[in-house]
Design a protein around this ligand. Structure first.
Ligand SMILES: CC(C)(COP(=O)(O)OP(=O)(O)OC[C@H]1O[C@@H](n2cnc3c(N)ncnc32)[C@H](O)[C@@H]1OP(=O)(O)O)[C@@H](O)C(=O)NCCC(=O)NCCS
Length: 248
C-alpha cells in the first residue's frame, strides 16, 4: 500500500437557499463535484449504472440540487492536508478546499424507507429522498442509509482513500441513526464484477445480503449503443445502537 497523503473532508451544508449558481462557494463546489463525477464515469464506466453520455447533458443545477439534498452527506478525498471545517473558518475552509484537487468521493444518503432502495429504482445510485423515521417512535427497525458515488482517481488508488471515505461516511450515518435512537443499517449495491469495490466494502464490515438485476445505461466508450442488464450484489452493514443511547 502507498503511503496515505491528502485528506478526506465532509462537506459542510450551506443554507438551502444558497445552492444556486450565483453563490460563489456553491457554484465552485458544484463545478468541482460535477467534473469529478464526469471523470469517474469516463474512467470507471463499468462501476456505475449511469453513463457519462447521460450525465454530461445535465447542467450545474442538477449537481447543485444533489449537493443541497437535505439527507445526503458528501465526502471528498483531496490531494493535500486540509484542517477540518469549523464554523469560524467557513470561507478559509472553502478556499483551502478549492485549492486542492478532488481525487475521490462518496455520498451517504438517509434515513430512507427500506423498500425505496433497489437497483431497479435507482440503479447503483441514490434511493428515494424519504425519511422513514421522521415522526416515528424508535422501534426495532433500524435507520436505513445507502452509500453512493464511490470513486477514487486511479492515480490515488491503493493508498487508503477508499477506506477513509467509507469510515467517515459510516461514522456520520451511525451518528445520525444514534441521534434518532435507532440501530444503523447501511446498504450499497455493487456490480457483481467489481471485485475492488466489493473488497473495499467487505473490509469495512459489509456482508453480502443478496443480488438484483439492474439496467446499465449504454456507455459509448465501451462500444455500447443499447442499455444492458447487469447484476448488482447487495451488501449490508448493521451496527447496534450503543446501550447508553438506548437508555436515554
Ligand atoms: C473501489 C475503489 C473506490 C477503492 O479505492 P482505493 O482508494 O483504492 O481503496 P483503498 O486504498 O482504501 O483500499 C481499501 C481496501 O479495499 C480493497 N481494495 C481496493 N482496491 C482493490 C483492488 N483493486 N483489488 C482488490 N481489493 C481492493 C482492499 O481490501 C484494500 O485494503 P488493502 O489496501 O489493505 O488491501 C477504487 O478502486 C475505485 O474508485 N474504483 C472505481 C469506482 C468504483 O468501483 N466505485 C464503486 C461503485 S459501487
Amino acid at each position: 500500500m502507498k503511503p496515505t497523503v491528502g485528506s478526506v473532508v465532509k462537506l459542510p451544508k450551506l443554507k438551502s437557499e444558497d445552492y444556486n449558481e450565483s453563490n460563489d462557494i456553491a457554484r465552485t463546489l458544484a463545478e468541482k463535484t460535477r467534473s469529478l463525477r464526469l471523470y469517474a464515469l469516463k474512467t470507471a464506466p463499468d462501476a456505475f449504472a449511469s453513463s457519462y453520455e447521460d450525465e454530461v447533458q445535465r447542467d450545474l443545477t442538477h449537481t447543485l440540487d444533489r449537493l443541497g439534498t437535505h439527507n445526503a452527506a458528501h465526502f471528498f478525498a483531496v490531494d493535500r492536508a486540509i484542517d477540518p471545517w469549523a464554523e469560524k473558518r467557513h470561507n478559509e475552509f472553502f478556499a483551502e478546499l478549492f485549492s486542492a484537487k478532488f481525487v475521490g468521493s462518496m455520498v451517504i444518503v438517509g434515513p430512507l424507507a427500506r423498500e425505496s432502495f433497489s437497483a431497479k429504482k435507482g440503479p447503483l445510485s441514490v434511493g428515494a429522498d424519504r425519511d422513514s423515521t421522521r415522526g416515528k417512535e424508535p422501534s426495532s427497525e433500524p435507520s436505513h442509509y445507502i452509500l453512493n458515488g464511490t470513486f477514487v482517481d486511479p492515480e490515488a488508488r491503493r493508498s487508503g482513500f477508499g477506506r477513509r471515505l467509507i469510515e467517515a461516511a459510516l461514522a456520520t450515518g451511525q451518528e445520525d441513526a444514534s441521534n434518532r435512537g435507532y440501530d444503523f443499517l447501511c446498504t450499497v449495491l455493487v456490480d457483481s464484477e467489481n471485485v475492488a469495490a466489493q473488497a473495499l466494502y467487505e473490509k469495512a464490515g459489509f456482508s453480502v445480503s443478496g443480488e438484483e438485476k439492474y439496467v446499465q445505461r449504454p456507455r459509448a466508450q465501451m462500444g455500447e449503443s443499447k442499455s444492458a442488464e447487469g447484476v448488482a450484489i447487495k451488501l449490508e452493514l448493521r451496527r447496534a445502537l450503543a446501550a447508553e443511547s438506548k437508555a436515554l
